[in-house]
Design a protein around this ligand. Structure first.
Ligand SMILES: [Zn+2]
Length: 227
């Protein structure tokens, strides 16, 4: 198993204009032989067969005993409910996208939780994105807190973010992985449930790995310490 280094800006690849139909766009970059995910996807790694970890995680899902997992989740949520008293049972970071909206639905409708939904706004919501967020909160009747950094700061960070880490949204990553913790600590809520699994899109973890991320992981992944 090898972690593939990100290409430096000095040797950034250029698209091969002479490539034949079906060839990858960049010959000097490796791609997953199954799903075509490039090595430049942050945290990506390939096994000896050239298959990425997200594809391997996808296979694991077919062999997991989901009844056991549901039972374990129910026990964890029951414990949180028993300990929360009159407080919220958990914090749910939510963007309004499919992952966090679905988990909020499951927590409220299936498990009867009383969550506090928390949003770090990147201040780049589309009209549809804003509607989706407000719609799920209204439909599930959930309390909500949102923090929105000022436009001038977002613009400034985005300009630095692109050349430094390769995408314009450093403030999104940092905010999504810090603001919900800030709220949970402030209100004494001991459980935070994220809707996004790194097993789905990177090699950082798998569905077999049940270790909870520690502070170091959150800093490395969320705040891009490694970049
Ligand atoms: Zn793949």
């Amino acid at each position: 198993m090898s972690e593939n280094p990100q290409p430096s800006h000095a040797e950034a690849p250029t698209a091969d204009k002479d490539r034949a139909q079906g060839d990858p766009p960049f010959r000097n970059i490796s791609y997953c032989v199954r799903c075509c995910m490039p090595e430049t996807n942050e945290g990506n790694a390939f096994d000896d067969f050239g298959i990425c970890m997200a594809c391997r995680s996808s296979e694991q899902k077919m062999r997991i005993n989901w009844q056991d997992r549901q039972q374990a989740l129910a026990e964890l949520l029951d414990k949180a409910k028993a300990e929360s008293g009159n407080n919220y049972d958990c914090v749910v970071p939510i963007s309004g996208g499919k992952d966090s909206a679905f988990q909020l639905h499951i927590l409220v409708k299936i498990f009867g939780m009383t969550p506090l939904a928390v949003t770090f706004s990147h201040n780049w919501f589309t009209e549809t994105g804003r509607y989706n967020l407000e719609n799920i909160l209204e439909r599930l009747n959930v309390d909500h807190m949102m923090y929105t950094p000022k436009r001038g700061l977002v613009d400034k960070l985005a300009r630095k973010s692109l050349p430094m880490i390769g995408d314009a949204c450093w403030h999104c990553h940092a905010g999504v992985w810090s603001y919900p913790f800030h709220v949970a600590a402030k209100f004494g809520i001991s459980l935070i449930i994220y809707g996004e699994s790194p097993a789905e899109f990177s090699g950082r973890t798998t569905y077999w790995d049940q270790e909870l991320p520690d502070k170091k992981d959150f800093v490395k992944v969320g705040l891009k310490e490694s970049m």
